[in-house]
Write a protein that binds this ligand. Structure first.
Ligand code: BG6
Length: 515
C-alpha cells in the first residue's frame, strides 16, 4: 500500500470557497485568452471542486463556431496550458457545460439570443440566474457590449430570480485618463460599481498577494518599512519574450501603458500602502487610492530626467536570434513605441517622503524575472572597518521578494565568516515556495475567477483607483508627445535595457540589481 504524505505546510490552503451555480459568458471567446487562461482556469477550479456541479460557460463571438467545435478548441487549449494534466473523464463532463453563440457584438439580435440561451440554461442546468460576463474582446468593443447588455436587460437580476449579474473587464482599461473616465461613465450607466470587476492578473499571483501578508502578518518588517530605515526600492518586471504576434495591440500601447499603468503600479502600491482597517474590498482599495494620489506627478522637463524609454534592436535571447522590434508584424518601421521603461519616482507621504523608487520593465531582455527589492540603510560604520570585509565593503541588507519565476523571498545580511580573523561577508536567508510547499500554486486567473464568482472584489481595481493610476501615467504620456522622438532602437535584445537607464541610478550613487 502506498502512503500519501501530506505536506503539513500546505494544510489550510484549501478554505471552503465553492461558488454558487452560475453561467459565465465570455465575449471574444475565440481569442487567445479564453483558450490559454480562462477555460484552463475554470477546468482547474472544477478539478479542485471549487465550482458547483451546475454551471455553464457561453462563448460569445463573431466566428461561426458550433458547441462541438468550441469544446474541441478548448480541449486543445486546456491540454496545452492547464496547470494540471487533463483527465479525459473529468474533461468529458466539464465540456458538456460549454456552449457557443455566434453573433456580431453590435447586433441586437445576438443579445436577444443570448437572453434566450441564458434562460434555457437556467432551466436545464439550474444556474439560478447568476451571470458573470467577461469582456475579452479588443477594448474598442467594450462600450458596444456594455450598452447592449443594458438594453437587453442582462445587467440586472433576472425576473423572478435572485441571481446576480457581474461583469469582468480585461485590461487595458482605457488608453489614457480621459478614455478611462469615459469607460467608467459608460459602465456606470449600466452596472453599479459593485457589479464591476476590473481585472489585473498580477493581483491573482500568489506572490503578489503575499506582499501584504509579509508586511502585515509579521511584526518584524513593518516597523522598519519606512523612510527612516529604507534607502530605496527597486521594482523590476523583465521579460525575455518579444511581442509574440501582438503587434497590432502593442504598437498602440507601449510598455508604459501595457505594464506600468497596471501591473507595476499595483506592485508599488502593495509595497507602499498603509495597513487597511480591514481586509475587505473597500478598505484595501481605499488605501490603494490614497497611495496612488501620493505619488509625486512627473511632468514637463522632469519626464526627460526621470523616465527613460527604450526599444529593442536585434540581438540574442537565450541563444536564439531576435529581430528588432520594428521588424515585428503590424509594427511601423519607424515606430516610436517603447518596449522598455525605467523611472524614478517618489511617494510624498509621511512614510515614504524622500525614498526613491526605481521601477523598470521591458521586453526582449536577458531573462524573465519580476522582483521587488527593498534596500535598507546601512548601520553606522564605526565598528567594522572596510578591512573586515572580504568582498571589499559592507553591503546593505536587501529584502528581495521574487514574484516570478522561482517564487520566494530572500534577505541579504552580513555575517562573520568562520575563522580566527574578523572577515565579514554577505549571505542570503532564503524562502522558496517550491521547496516549502511543493506543487504548483494556482494560476492567477483561477484565483480571480473564483473571487468574482464569490462576489469578492478585493483583488480587482475600483473606478477611482484605475483613474488615479492613469492620472500618473497620462502626465508622462503627454510630456513624451512634446519631447523630441527618441533614437530607437537603443538596446539590444538579450541585454538589460538601454544605458540611460543605468545612469538614472548612477547619478544617485546606486545601481540596478542583476536579479
Ligand atoms: C500582460 C501584458 O498584461 O502581462 C503583456 O499585456 C505581458 O505584454 C504580460 O507580457 C506579463 O504577464 P506575466 O504574468 O507573464 O508576467
Amino acid at each position: 500500500m502506498t502512503t500519501v504524505l501530506e505536506n503539513p505546510l500546505r494544510t489550510g490552503s484549501r478554505l471552503e470557497r465553492t461558488a454558487q451555480p452560475f453561467t459565465m459568458v465570455i465575449f471574444g471567446a475565440t481569442g487567445d485568452l479564453t483558450k490559454r487562461k480562462l477555460v484552463p482556469a475554470l477546468y482547474n477550479l472544477a478539478v479542485e471542486n471549487y465550482l458547483p456541479p451546475n454551471f455553464s460557460v457561453v462563448g460569445f463571438a463573431r466566428r461561426d463556431w458550433t458547441d462541438d467545435y468550441f469544446r474541441q478548441e478548448m480541449h486543445d487549449g486546456v491540454k496545452e496550458h492547464s496547470r494540471t494534466p487533463v483527465e479525459e473523464s473529468i474533461w468529458d463532463s466539464f465540456s458538456q457545460n460549454l456552449h457557443f453563440l455566434s453573433s456580431e457584438f453590435d447586433k441586437e439580435q445576438g443579445y436577444k439570443d443570448l437572453r434566450t440561451l441564458l434562460d434555457r440554461l437556467d432551466e436545464q442546468c439550474g444556474t439560478s440566474g447568476n451571470r458573470l460576463y467577461y469582456l475579452s474582446t479588443p477594448p474598442s468593443y467594450y462600450p458596444t457590449i456594455i450598452e447592449h447588455l443594458g438594453a437587453a436587460g442582462l445587467n440586472k437580476k433576472s425576473r423572478g430570480k435572485n441571481g446576480y449579474a457581474r461583469i469582468i473587464i480585461e485590461k487595458p482599461f482605457g488608453y489614457d485618463l480621459d478614455s478611462a473616465r469615459q469607460l467608467n461613465d459608460q459602465l456606470h450607466q449600466v452596472f453599479n460599481e459593485d457589479q464591476i470587476y476590473r481585472i489585473d492578473h498580477y493581483l491573482g499571483k500568489e506572490t503578489v498577494q503575499n506582499i501584504l501578508v509579509l508586511r502585515f502578518a509579521n511584526g518584524l518588517f513593518e516597523p522598519t518599512w519606512n523612510r527612516q530605515y529604507v534607502d530605496h526600492v527597486q521594482i523590476t518586471a523583465a521579460e525575455s519574450i518579444g511581442l509574440e504576434g501582438r503587434g497590432g495591440y502593442y504598437e498602440g500601447a507601449g510598455a508604459l501603458r501595457d505594464m506600468v499603468q497596471s501591473h507595476l503600479l499595483q506592485l508599488l502600491n502593495l509595497v507602499c500602502m498603509e495597513p487597511p482597517v480591514a481586509f475587505d474590498a473597500n478598505a484595501v482599495r481605499d488605501e490603494k487610492v490614497k497611495l496612488l494620489r501620493a505619488i509625486r506627478p512627473i511632468r514637463g522637463n522632469a519626464v526627460a530626467e526621470q523616465v527613460i524609454r527604450g526599444q529593442y534592436g536585434e540581438g540574442w535571447v537565450h541563444g536564439e536570434h531576435m529581430s528588432e522590434y520594428r521588424q515585428e508584424k503590424n509594427v511601423d518601421q519607424q515606430s516610436a513605441t517603447e518596449t522598455y521603461v525605467a523611472m524614478k519616482l517618489f511617494v510624498d507621504n509621511w512614510r515614504w517622503q524622500g525614498v526613491p523608487f526605481y521601477v523598470r520593465t521591458g521586453k526582449a531582455l536577458t531573462k524573465r524575472v519580476t522582483e521587488i527589492a527593498i534596500q535598507f540603510k546601512q548601520p553606522p560604520q564605526v565598528l567594522f572597518g572596510a578591512e573586515a570585509s572580504e568582498g571589499g565593503g559592507m553591503e546593505p541588507n536587501v529584502l528581495a521578494i521574487r514574484i516570478q519565476p522561482d517564487e520566494g523571498i530572500s534577505l541579504k545580511m552580513m555575517v562573520k565568516t568562520p575563522g580566527t580573523r574578523l572577515n565579514i561577508r554577505p549571505v542570503k536567508m532564503e524562502f522558496h515556495y517550491g521547496s516549502s510547499f511543493g506543487g504548483k500554486p494556482p494560476e492567477a486567473y483561477e484565483r480571480l475567477l473564483l473571487d468574482s464568482l464569490l462576489g469578492d472584489s478585493t483583488l480587482f481595481t475600483r473606478s477611482d483607483e484605475v483613474e488615479a493610476a492613469w492620472g500618473f501615467v497620462s502626465d508622462i504620456l503627454r510630456a513624451w508627445e512634446h519631447l523630441p522622438p527618441p533614437s530607437f532602437p537603443n538596446y539590444e535584445s538579450g541585454s538589460w535595457g538601454p544605458r540611460e537607464a543605468d545612469r538614472l541610478l548612477y547619478r544617485d550613487g546606486r545601481e540596478w540589481r542583476w536579479p
